[in-house]
Design a protein around this ligand. Structure first.
Ligand code: NAP
Length: 525
């Protein structure tokens, strides 16, 4: 660990490193309770910093082509790769994650950055994007309409959640910077250290133009007040904070474009007709356990609700419970540990409260309290994984809490259904989710269920035995695929390959002589 205990981390704004003038908030090791560093943003000149990013950073980025900006992302990736070990140390200490779980955040972030760096090449030496073909506006083909997408002349403010300090930064920053839009990132306080360190490494390497990438650690106070009409705001976090953000004058009066990624009651569904112990049955059980335990269930995409035919309820409970029982929980520094800690005491208390709330309408099928902690004691933020169940299909109908309450930890509920119509109806009670995974062996049935579930999900992950060894996982967000979900999940869209750039561009219809429009095509060729 390079940072001395209780170092006050600097903010980078207005092209300068600035220490907050307050005492700061301490970031703690969730296993040992040790104070690691402090963060504080008191006294920063936000107005000047935002203006600097918008004017200096924005102008410098827009002067480059997509290809040139892609090359900058490639250089950023190299710097991050060179410092990877330090990121793992910070994640172990501050997030309490085992190596494999830190990789989901750190290497997931680097992989996503790499995909957008390469995309710069394919977008070429141009400064705006054509959107579709020219369309005739009348009988005479001379006067036509061509849509283009040009980078917004504002900045992108990111307010992120605690559970992905690395991936959460790069999955947003890579498309923004590739689009030519400067970034100000405000990480969640609890895990701000890793985000700050990554930004510091990139700034110190002098790769990006001044003002292209800034970081503010600590309170969010005043950040939204700085936003102007052409800025964009991307938020990831709880539905409660999302509601505060949506009602801010920046959004309601100045029309700042906003993207919300909020909480989600994601599901896994075993289709009717699959036998106990079949390949599909086993694939579901394996994935549910993986999703409950990776990052101690602190993933926005984690499976929270597991739907199985009523006749398979007991068998599924047994199969999932037996796998969960093998999960060793405790200090991530111990090599035998498979699942580390929750991020802090606040989250620990929230998970305990959430579990107690769900237990009022469910039975406990596997009790996390039976897991002895390895190299950690009761003062740590470690909890064992718990599987709950709604007993029978009638119970599934009356239990409303499992469809409404996201317990952000290693907790899922097994929910039996009568038939496919009943299953689909229960899945939809989540009111819109990031992802649903569907398990089965009949391609017709899988395709039908997927098309039924598509409108209420950002992603449907369809698993048949032929892709058992190939699929990318229920919870893994791949940059090529859309991330986000309707309704309760926030209604946002991120990633999805080149679609991610839409958020940072304005679409404009240019109406002109086809001779003029041909010039546009020539300049973007
Ligand atoms: P949170 O409490 O809502 O905080 C998220 C961010 O908002 C933090 O940076 C926080 O700063 C900031 N914030 C708090 N109050 C604010 C305000 N009044 N105005 C502006 N910003 C404010 O959420 P969290 O506990 O960090 O994250 C957990 C939640 O995020 C879960 O529900 C999870 O499902 C969701 N999540 C969703 C996705 C997705 O992609 N859909 C991904 C990850 C997580 P401070 O930390 O300084 O308070």
């Amino acid at each position: 660990m390079t940072a001395p205990v209780s170092e006050l981390l600097s903010n980078y704004l207005g092209g300068q490193w600035r220490i907050g003038t307050g005492k700061g908030t301490a970031l703690l090791d969730p296993v040992t309770g040790t104070e690691l560093v402090r963060v504080d943003a008191t006294g920063l000149d936000l107005a000047a910093g935002f203006a600097f990013a918008r004017e200096q950073g924005g102008a410098a980025l827009r002067a480059l082509s997509y290809q040139q900006r892609g090359a900058l992302l490639g250089a950023v990736l190299k710097v991050l790769q060179a410092n990877r070990d330090a990121y793992y140390e910070i994640a172990t200490a501050n997030s309490g994650t085992v190596k494999n779980d830190s990789a989901v955040d750190i290497d997931g972030g680097l992989f996503t950055l790499g995909v957008y760096a390469k995309m710069g090449d394919s977008l070429g030496d141009r400064h705006f994007l054509l959107d579709g073909e020219p369309a005739r506006l009348g009988k005479d083909p001379l006067f036509q309409s061509q849509h283009i997408q040009s980078p917004t002349r504002g900045l992108a403010l990111f307010i992120n959640a605690f559970n992905f300090p690395a991936w959460g930064l790069w999955e947003k920053a890579a498309p923004a910077l590739l689009s030519g839009v400067p970034v100000i990132i405000k990480p969640a306080t609890a895990t701000a250290w890793l985000t700050q360190r990554m930004v510091k490494d990139v700034v110190d390497a002098g790769i990006l133009p001044a003002g292209a990438l800034s970081v503010v650690c600590g309170s969010s106070a005043g950040l939204l007040d700085q936003l102007q009409a052409f800025d964009v705001l991307s938020f990831t976090g709880s539905a409660e904070t999302a509601a505060v953000i949506r009602s801010h004058p920046a959004v309601t009066q100045r029309s700042v474009r906003v993207n919300i990624e909020a909480d989600s009651l994601n599901s896994a569904l075993l289709l009717p007709g699959e036998a106990m112990g079949s390949e599909s049955f086993e694939l579901l059980a394996k994935e549910v356990v993986r999703e409950m335990t990776v990052k101690s269930g602190q993933k926005c995409t984690a499976i929270r609700r597991v739907f199985v035919p009523e006749a398979l309820y007991a068998a599924a409970a047994q199969a999932i419970g037996a796998r969960l029982a093998k999960t060793s929980v405790g200090n991530p520094r111990n090599e035998t540990v498979r699942m580390g800690a929750l991020v802090n005491r606040t989250q620990y208390d929230a998970v305990r409260d959430g579990l107690a709330y769900l237990k009022k309408q469910t039975e406990v099928l596997h009790d996390g309290a039976t897991h002895a902690l390895v190299d950690a004691d009761a003062s740590s933020c470690c909890v064992g994984p718990t599987l709950l169940g709604t007993r029978d299909a009638a119970g599934s109908d009356v239990s409303d809490r499992v469809h409404d309450t996201e317990v952000f930890g290693p907790v899922a509920t097994l929910i039996p259904y009568r038939d496919l119509a009943h299953a689909l109806q229960l899945v939809r009670r989540g009111q819109g989710s990031l992802v649903c995974s569907v398990y089965g062996s009949d391609p017709v049935a899988l395709a039908h269920a997927a098309s039924e579930l598509a409108d209420s999900h950002g992603r449907v992950h369809i698993i048949s035995p032929d892709v058992a060894a190939l699929h990318t996982g229920h919870g893994n967000v791949m940059p090529q695929s859309l991330h986000g979900g309707p309704g309760r999940a926030g209604g946002g869209e991120e990633l999805g390959g080149v679609r991610a750039l839409n958020f940072y561009h304005r679409r404009t219809a240019l109406q002109a002589s086809s001779t003029v429009l041909a010039q546009l095509t020539a300049t973007t060729a």
